[in-house]
Design a protein around this ligand. Structure first.
Ligand code: GDP
Ligand code: MG
Length: 249
C-alpha cells in the first residue's frame, strides 16, 4: 500500500491509554427534599451493571443535610470508571409542590442549563399511573419549550444525522419517569432491586415498571463521553471566559 503509514494505530494507543488511566464521571442529584434523591444515588450504584463489584453499600442514608459525595471505582472488562455521585439537601423546600414546573423550578432550570448538562427525571414514578406519567411528561416538555430551557441532550450539539436520530428519541422520552430503591427482593428466583408493596414488587430495572434503565443507560452506557465533552468544551469554557472577563474589569 503506497503511502500507508498506519494512522489507525492511534486508536489502539488511545484505547491502551484509556484503559490505563480509566474514566472519571461526576453526577450531582438535585431537587426538593423527600423526592428520592438519596435513594436514587444508591439505585445507580447498586444497579446490576456493577452490583457485584461494590462492597459496603448498605443502609439508606438519613435525611441529607449537606452536600455528600460518594465515589466508587467500578471495573468492568479491564475498564475502570471512577464514578462520583453528589447528593444534595432539598432544594426550594419552602415552596408548595403542585406537580407542575413551579416558577422557582423554571428560574433554577434556566440558570442550571447554562452551567451544566441537566438530565431531568420524574421522581417516584410509581405514584403516577401510566397516563399520568405521560401527561406530566408532555406538560414538562411543553414548559421547557415555552421557557427556553435547554436540557440534555441539547439539539444544538447534535453533530450528525445519527446523533439527531438517537437524541430525538431521547428528547421525546425525557424526563424519564424513574423509581428508586435500595432493597433487594427475590422475584421468581432472581434477586432484584425494587420497592415491595402489598400488591407486588416494583422492579427498578424492569422497563415495564419504570424508566430507570433508560436513565442509567444514557448516563453510563451511551452518553457518558458526550456529557463530559459538552461539560468541558461548552460549560467549562463559558465559565472560564466569564472568570477571565471578570478579572479584567
Ligand atoms: P431525598 O430527600 O430526595 O434524598 O429523598 P430520600 O431518598 O431520602 O427518600 C425519601 C423517601 O421516599 C424515603 O422513604 C424513600 O424510601 C422514598 N422513596 C425514594 N424513592 C422512591 C420512589 O421512587 N418511589 C416511592 N414511592 N418512594 C420513594
Ligand atoms: Mg437526601
Amino acid at each position: 500500500m503506497l503511502g500507508y503509514v498506519g494512522i489507525e494505530a492511534v486508536l489502539d494507543q488511545l484505547k491502551i491509554k484509556a484503559m490505563k488511566m480509566g474514566f472519571e464521571f461526576n453526577i450531582m442529584v438535585v431537587g426538593q427534599s423527600g423526592l428520592g434523591k438519596s435513594t436514587m444515588v444508591y439505585t445507580l450504584f447498586k444497579s446490576k451493571m456493577w452490583k457485584s463489584t461494590i462492597p459496603g453499600l448498605g443502609m439508606p442514608t438519613p435525611q441529607t443535610l449537606k452536600l455528600q459525595s460518594v465515589t466508587h471505582v467500578i471495573e468492568e472488562k479491564g475498564v475502570k470508571l471512577k464514578l462520583t455521585v453528589t447528593d444534595t439537601p432539598g432544594f426550594g423546600d419552602q415552596i408548595n409542590n403542585d406537580k407542575c414546573l413551579r416558577p422557582l423550578d423554571i428560574e433554577f432550570l434556566q440558570r442550571l442549563c447554562r452551567t451544566v448538562n441537566v438530565v431531568l427525571v420524574i421522581a417516584r414514578a410509581d405514584s403516577l399511573t401510566i397516563e399520568e406519567r405521560e401527561a406530566f411528561r408532555r406538560r414538562i416538555q411543553h414548559n421547557l419549550r415555552t421557557h427556553c430551557i435547554d436540557v440534555y441532550p441539547q439539539k444544538c450539539f447534535d453533530e450528525d444525522i445519527n446523533d439527531r436520530i438517537l437524541n430525538s428519541k431521547i428528547r421525546d422520552r425525557i424526563p424519564f419517569a424513574v423509581v428508586g430503591a435500595d432493597q433487594e427482593h427475590l422475584v421468581n428466583g432472581r434477586c432484584v432491586l425494587g420497592r415491595k408493596t402489598k400488591w407486588g414488587i416494583i422492579e427498578v430495572e424492569n422497563l415495564a415498571h419504570c424508566e430507570f434503565p433508560l436513565l442509567r443507560d444514557l448516563l453510563i452506557r451511551s452518553h457518558l463521553q458526550d456529557l463530559k465533552d459538552i461539560t468541558h468544551n461548552v460549560h467549562y469554557e463559558n465559565y472560564r471566559v466569564c472568570r477571565l472577563n471578570e478579572s479584567h474589569l
